[in-house]
Design a protein around this ligand. Structure first.
Ligand SMILES: [Fe+2]
Length: 396
């Protein structure tokens, strides 16, 4: 007899128009003019993207389309509240119709914060949480240059509060970009360590969206497709950076994972990764990859079926195994994958101090995504997971 799994009522709304394909970067001006009204564009980016020459290409394209432009290029990794305030000052004096983000997650998240502060008073801290944005924000166009963040299609901005040394999330559908120009060519020259870290971030978006409490049938479809693509393509993208098909798969996987978690949520892996990044500035994808195996082992006890299905989707050798056994195979594969693509071990991060673990556990527990974790999780559980991740670093 067929069995069906019930699901709760849900909403699905993707306000972002997505254009995907090689060569879009060079056509940015014409494409933006075709899809979004406006004459004055404020570019948000970082020094690495400028050095890579991507900004020059976009600026030339914008000027061909007769846009007036100004540029803010001071975004740092794990973007900071103070930088967003600097950007907000500059955007208020330029008064653009549109904001264009060219970069990875840090750049796109900063651009969302700057777009918000352009039309709303106060500091970014005033809007922390869900649905706190009262009115419209300046329209945003995003050109992602990593296959990781998915921020080009999400409604969240994660910003480091430098005063509290922690990350905060502003989540509101008004922050979602109106247009995403997703051009895999922008990632062709991304160095292997960045490809690995950002790619694992995308994988964690997919698996957390699939296993968290807020998953729904449509987010599941995106999460499963993203997991399959990313798991298969990531080693090739890391080890053969010029592999165009692998880069294309990663860009699409990252985009789909972004849609998935934006409509579901992330969970305990991100809660721990954001605590670590807020404290030590650890690259977000590195932190996610470090915590993923131990959190997966913890969560699989609550939902072995979904974790076993994730193992099957990744084409791990689990045929004939029970769900619990398949979940264990998944955990081992996650440890092995991190080593294979050169993610550093937790215990090898020279700045990490075990005496910080209790406060990191407290910050993780306070994260707004803690209630979304599929297994109820306490502050003490987080502490145990930090210790396990530290000890587990020596196992593979
Ligand atoms: Fe993430």
């Amino acid at each position: 007899m067929l069995s069906f799994v019930p699901f709760s009522p849900f909403q699905f709304w993707l306000p972002t128009r997505i254009l995907f394909g090689e060569g879009l970067l060079q056509q940015a001006g014409a494409l933006i003019a075709e899809h979004v009204p406006g004459k004055r564009i404020f570019l948000v980016t970082d020094p690495g993207i400028v050095m890579a020459g991507l900004v020059d290409d976009v600026l030339a394209s914008l000027h061909r389309a007769h846009y007036e432009t100004d540029i803010f290029q001071q975004v740092a990794p794990n973007p900071k509240d103070v930088d967003c305030e600097l950007g907000a000052e500059q955007v208020r004096s330029f008064q653009p119709d549109l904001i264009l983000a060219i970069g990875g997650g840090s750049v796109i998240d900063s651009a969302k914060a700057i777009a918000l502060l352009h039309t709303h008073p106060g500091r970014i801290q005033d809007y922390e949480g869900r649905g706190k944005v009262a009115g419209p924000v300046t329209p945003l166009v995003a050109i992602p240059t990593t296959a990781g963040t998915g921020s080009e299609v999400t409604r969240s901005s994660v910003i480091t509060d430098t005063g509290r040394k922690c990350k905060m999330t502003v989540k509101d559908v008004k922050l979602a970009p109106l247009l995403a120009l997703v051009d895999p060519e922008t990632t062709y020259s991304l160095p292997a360590p960045l490809t690995a870290a950002t790619g694992m971030d995308a994988f964690v978006h997919a698996i957390e969206a699939y296993t968290c409490k807020l998953a729904n049938p449509i987010s599941d479809a995106f999460a499963l497709a993203a997991m399959a693509r990313i798991w298969r393509a990531l080693p090739a993208a890391v080890h053969e950076g010029g592999n165009r098909l692998a880069r294309q798969e990663m860009m699409l996987g990252s985009l789909m994972a972004g849609i998935a978690f934006s409509h579901a949520d992330v969970a305990a892996v991100h809660c721990m990764a954001e605590a670590l990044g807020g404290r030590y500035d650890t690259p977000h994808g590195v932190a996610n990859s470090i915590f993923l195996p131990v959190v997966t082992a913890f969560n699989a006890q609550a939902d072995p079926e979904r974790h076993a299905h994730a193992a099957r989707v990744c084409q791990l050798p689990v045929e004939g195994l029970s769900s619990a056994e398949a979940s264990a195979v998944l955990v081992e594969a996650l440890f092995a994958r991190a080593r294979e693509i050169g993610i550093p071990r937790f215990a090898d991060l020279p700045y990490v101090r075990r005496e910080d673990f209790p406060s990191l556990a407290a910050v993780s527990y306070a994260n707004g995504s803690t209630p979304s974790n599929c297994r109820p999780i306490t502050e003490n559980d987080y502490l145990t997971l930090f210790e396990e991740a530290y000890a587990g670093a020596a196992r593979a």
